[in-house]
Design a protein around this ligand. Sequence first.
Ligand code: ASP
Length: 582
Amino acid sequence: MYRSHTCGEISLKDKGQEVQLSGWVQKIRNKGFMVWVDLRDRYGITQLIFDEERSSTDLMERAGKLGREFVIQVTGEVIERESKNPNIPTGEIEILVSQLEILNTSRTPPFTIEEETDGGEDLRMKYRYLDIRRNPVKNKLVFRHKVGMQVRNYLSQASFIEVETPYLIKSTPEGARDFVVPSRMNEGQFYALPQSPQTFKQLLMVGGMDKYFQIVKCFRDEDLRADRQPEFTQIDCEMAFVEQEDILNIFEGLTRHLLKEINGVDISDFPRMTYAEAMEKYGNDKPDIRFGMEFANLNEQAKNKGFNVFDQQELVVGIAVPGAASYTRKEIDKLIEWVKRPQIGANGLVWVKFNQDGSLKSSVDKFYSSEDLQGWAKETGAKAGDLILVMAGDKDKTRTQLSALRMHLGNELGLRNPEEFAPLWVLDFPLLEWDEETQRYHAMHHPFTSPKKEDIPLLETNPGEVRANAYDLVLNGNEIGGGSIRIHDKKTQSKMFDYLGFTEEEAKEQFGFLMEAFQYGAPPHGGIAFGFDRLVAILGGQETIRDFIAFPKNNAGRDVMIDAPAKLDEDQLNELHLQVKL
Ligand code: ASP
């Protein structure tokens, strides 16, 4: 038996008992006549004491030779500590060691394995298994497990069945590149790793499974923007005989359940907003509604008043920044520089200070009267003490730029409190999205998403205006889930492939199996998938998903610990009938 207790559970009520513990040496304080050791395992830290007066010379000697991260097993008596540590649960006791067994030695770790560490990100990733011994990392993995359990509980109780789907499949159209796997047995042929189990979950509905879910890995070969992983986890769900409303209800319920069980907060209100409204009010399809600064269209108030910078523009749009009228010229210049950076790409910012005394001062006083500016204040909802910031230009671009500024200010002003949760459904996404590069429409969600019935005629005349039965669940400015009601008949699905520019052969080759299945009694169905990594991070009050993944990849998609991806040797390449062109 290695242990009678864990390192996190012994307290004064165990005083006088003999116990056995196993764990890692976190810290050693050696005074010669006494040696203290902090012994750590997953559950906590227990202090060990070796005392010259009460222990044999041999034991004292061996204790003196312990090093950091040695794995040891001890037997000893629980005694009351002289100087207690109220900060840890075992802080009132220590173990007077009578037997010490060194189970394994350790090289000196490359960084300190404590709450605070001196190890930088790269080093910690290279030795991730050591990093995982640290509380902040370990606790996040435990937290992730708890969220996963709650997801499973809720969905199982709602009659969902977890079904696994294959990883070695054919391309799935989620809008990214596929990772591919060569097939040794099928010369010259490749599997694709699923970007999501989309087609399989639809086939499960044809198979009569009715309510499916899976906590599942998905793979997308994308250029990694900040905080994305090439492999990530989804809570993937699908239901048969449902309308959009049924899906919204069930998954609103799941989110409410998680917020309650994990964070102890009751959220009754899940507001809804259309995509069009979200873009107009926040310039963003995943608005953070924990704070205001809603967009105000100032076309009427600001155009044709002699300021020709605005006159030619499609959109003049402003926000009121609360309490920011006191910004100095320097602070405002900094904001202007911020929006002019290439990442944002704006031409500049017009500002209006709505001073505490009610007066208005702006960067465009030459062109606008005080009454004009009052009109801007009214539209943006600015109050005395606020700063109005205005941008102008092409509608879509300007909204995106102002949205970035709004989020930046939300962060700067501390308006994005990680302990506050503001969910929001965004509905009625466009079905299609114009792609400049290929000069073609693409499915905004994926090609299996159904158009709104009343918009179907627009497919012929104005495809960009067709709305889909597609929805996203947004939490604190992050898209945490997205899905749609699907097409479930062959005719409409073929038509959709056609609109998306697939030839009949291409559609058949890629999705023939699905079209065939649709001819065997496919029920109406729809679903949703949640980004599990992101959801866990947000519930955990953090913005980075990497911390909640045991073995994440870096920004270049590399696992620096196992050093992957890597080259294949010649034999393996031959076996796979592959030749590397470099
Ligand atoms: N497969 C979709 C995705 O990964 C989710 C869905 O439509 O259910 O985004």
